[in-house]
Write a protein of this length. Sequence first.
Length: 356
Amino acid sequence: MNRRNLLGTGLTLLLGATAALTAGCGDQAGDGAASGGGKPLVGVDYPRSDTDFWNSYIKYVPKSAEELGVEVKTTNSQNDVANLISNAQTFMSQGVKGVVMAPQDTAAIAPTLAQLENRKIPVVTIDTRPDTGKVFMVVRADNRAYGTKACQFLGTKLGGKGKVVMLQGGLDSINGRDRTEAFNECMGKEFPGIKVFGEATDWKADVAASKLQTRFASDPDIKGIYMQSSFALSGTLQILKQRGLQVPPTDPKHVFVVSNDGIPEELKNIGDGLIDATVSQPADLYARYGLEYAKAAIEGKTFQPGPTEHGSTIIQVRDGLLEDQLPAPLVTLDGAPVAGQPTLKFDDASLWGRKA
């Protein structure tokens, strides 16, 4: 299924810099070096282009850049941290004033972040948060909440009993770890009668399909599946169809499926009864606010923890690191509350997947 220049400013801000807007934006600007034509030049690395979610994000970036008055140079690291490191070098040679990236390996990117910081090039990460190192802002949603929402949905639908498979992403990613840990913790605490089989997939569709097939062979009574990203969607549906398990929720053979992304195909599948729920990651807002924070960093603005004017909350993850946690609702067929928590109906017009 997201640094440098303003980092120093961000640290100062946390210690008590100038007053910021209620949601976090300071009103003082620096020199704001820009490309010819007055637009700040920002390097944007696309993490991959083999999933519908990331292809949607790629589509939103140029639209957001135009709206914000930002010029962008783009690269695609194709889920390879070596490519991302090389692409960062390219950005530096092109004279970018800020960088937006979504490192999938959140540990190995640290040396590159340090190099960008030394060059006084602020970095914004979207979707993921680096394990170490400094960035101006992290733009993502609460990924632990993803795992908890999936757990509560499946636990409620299964009545607290049975077996579920969790198709994990990459555990070298903070996203994979957050979703996995929260799902397991919730199941252990709230639904101890459910047995969870965790299958690591490294965000690869073929690996997910193979492991799900093997798990069904050994445990044919699986009743729930949590896909940590829509990368596993096609293979999961194919396996359920092959096994004669694509039946309505009222059928005792039904396997409840909750996904994570909120792509148009998932919303359609919920309406068609092929899956039961998804957590909608805001691909459009990742593009928008990744660039907006990069521009703000170039302009010398500062932020602080607290609610924002765009309906999210900035938190301090650790000393010197801020994260803007954007809303990511659970989407269901009927929009009814699950475990006392609100959900959105699959055809709700506010969902980015309905507008993509």
